[in-house]
Design a binder for this molecule. Structure first.
Ligand SMILES: Cc1cc2nc3c(=O)[nH]c(=O)nc-3n(C[C@H](O)[C@H](O)[C@H](O)COP(=O)(O)OP(=O)(O)OC[C@H]3O[C@@H](n4cnc5c(N)ncnc54)[C@H](O)[C@@H]3O)c2cc1C
Length: 446
């Protein structure tokens, strides 16, 4: 006979195995994750979160925290323990006068952007609109606007949190400043955030951007041109790049620029790129900012199988490009892109120890995003990804914590923080000495 489960009482809904919504609620973006929590607590507010923390402590349960459920590692869901599900907490308030937004942790980027841009305001988000603001902000947040406004965490003014002891606290420059430093890049290690307050900026509504696609025989010259062009561009210009397969099955090289300044200045800055080589397609045009924010959505559908490897490159050397182009040619799944996200401008001008997000130089976050449909293809896609990554790893310098793929990458958490790792361990020890929050890219208390 199964032991009786203890009772958990919150304002929101509590789901257990067998309940109608249980299987839907435990599913997240990465279809490889199939975990079964004993409880899924769909919290309504900070009080519910505090009740959950105390309940898990009393019953000696592992806790996982779900924001948007988009992280590839799948730490949002645990086996057997208590999943604190924040996806129903979706309130957003915009203060137009002071250009700030407060948002609850279940808000997705597309919901956040839609709420701010109607007032001519925005702040840095990510590049796929289904991503949750919570995990993205806590890990750093790199996106189209970072050259102008810094990473998302640079725009975090304050947070309301529930600590590992179940206490509700305000965290900002004046209150728990050590914690305020740590949550801007340190991930979900230090407590559960029930509210984020962001700095917004006058922006939009339109930008000029779109993909430019080149045949694979132009891959190397296109990326050689790109690396120089992207580095010399003003902060208003962001250009990503990589390798994708078109919907009709053609592998191509992609350069994706976006002009994020005054629309009338776009052409003079985009022209050198647009006149380079012989592209198959040039989709650059004036579009709403929210369309740019969703431009990569089609390549990241919810629920399919995935495995990632990621790292930062300070240089896209010819040798590195050759290795990448060689490996792309053997990719087992056409759904798998390889992408370069350029971290630069305001995001790279801040000191490395200004927030926990430790890598502040002009460099590229690069991602082997393996995606496939059939479980029988797991082995071939995972081993291709690992082999490919092993070849490019010697060129990497650190990694973005939000792009670590989980269990087999524990040893790389340190690389994500560089000079900030020791300070993060000390802060973890102060606020969570027994590592209560450990279903994450874990920083162990020193
Ligand atoms: C297709 C795709 C595209 C992406 N593009 C970008 C991009 O352009 N830029 C970028 O910066 N990142 C990007 N990411 C990475 C993304 O930032 C992370 O996956 C992020 O963790 C997602 O946040 P989430 O809330 O949706 O995830 P979740 O899986 O819900 O949460 C991830 C982790 O964050 C912690 N967490 C979540 N909410 C809270 C909370 N309220 N309090 C405390 N801890 C919490 C938990 O440890 C949790 O395990 C992308 C990811 C994907 C899958």
């Amino acid at each position: 006979m199964k032991p009786e489960l203890p009772q958990l009482y919150i304002k929101g809904k509590v789901l257990i195995a067998g309940d109608a919504d249980y299987d839907t609620a435990r599913k997240i973006w990465n279809g490889m994750i199939d975990r079964k929590p004993a409880f899924i607590a769909q919290c309504a507010d900070a009080d519910d979160i505090a009740v959950c923390v105390k309940f898990a402590r009393e019953n000696n349960m592992i806790v996982s925290v779900r924001g948007g459920g988009h992280n590839v590692a799948g730490n949002a869901v645990c086996d057997d323990g208590l999943m604190i599900d924040l996806s129903k907490m979706k309130a957003i308030q915009i203060d137009v006068l002071n250009k700030t937004a407060t948002a609850e942790p279940g808000v997705l980027l597309r919901e956040f952007d839609a709420a701010t841009i109607q007032h001519g305001l925005a702040t840095t988000g990510g590049t796929v609109s289904e991503t949750g603001i919570a995990g993205l902000t806590l890990g750093g947040g790199i996106g189209w606007l970072m050259g102008r406004f810094g990473i998302t965490a640079d725009n975090l003014l304050s947070a309301e949190m529930v600590t590992a002891s179940g206490e509700k606290i305000l965290v900002d420059n004046d209150n728990h400043p050590d914690l305020y430093w740590a949550i801007r890049g340190g991930g979900g290690n230090f407590g559960v955030v029930s509210k984020f307050k962001y700095q917004l900026h006058s922006f939009g509504p339109n930008v000029v951007g779109g993909m430019i696609l080149y045949p694979m025989d132009q891959a190397k010259p296109a990326l050689q041109f790109y690396r120089e062009y992207a580095r010399k561009a003003p902060d208003e210009l962001m250009a990503y790049s990589g390798f994708i397969v078109t919907p009709d099955g053609l592998p191509v090289t992609m350069i994706f620029p976006a002009w994020l300044g005054d629309v009338k200045d776009a052409e003079k800055h985009l022209e050198p790129l647009r006149s380079f080589g012989t592209p198959i397609a040039d989709m650059v045009s004036e579009i709403p900012y929210v369309q740019l924010q969703a431009a990569l959505d089609a390549g990241a559908p919810t629920g399919i199988r995935r495995y990632w490897k990621s790292g930062y490159f300070t240089d896209l050397s010819d040798e590195l490009l050759d290795i990448i182009i060689k490996n792309i040619a053997t990719r087992p799944s056409p759904l798998s892109p390889f992408l370069f996200f350029h971290i630069r401008g305001a995001a790279a001008k801040t000191a490395a120890d200004s927030t926990a997000f430790g890598h502040r130089e002009d460099h590229w976050d690069s991602d082997i995003i393996s995606q496939w449909l059939d479980p029988s293809d797991d082995e071939k896609n995972i081993s291709w990804t690992r082999k490919f990554f092993n070849e490019i790893r010697p060129f990497t310098k650190g990694v973005y914590v939000n792009h670590l793929s989980g269990d087999d990458e524990e040893s790389r958490v340190k690389d994500a923080y560089g000079v900030n790792y020791g300070r993060l361990k000390a802060i973890k020890k102060k606020y969570d000495p027994d590592n209560f929050f450990r279903m994450n890219n874990n920083i162990k208390p020193s």
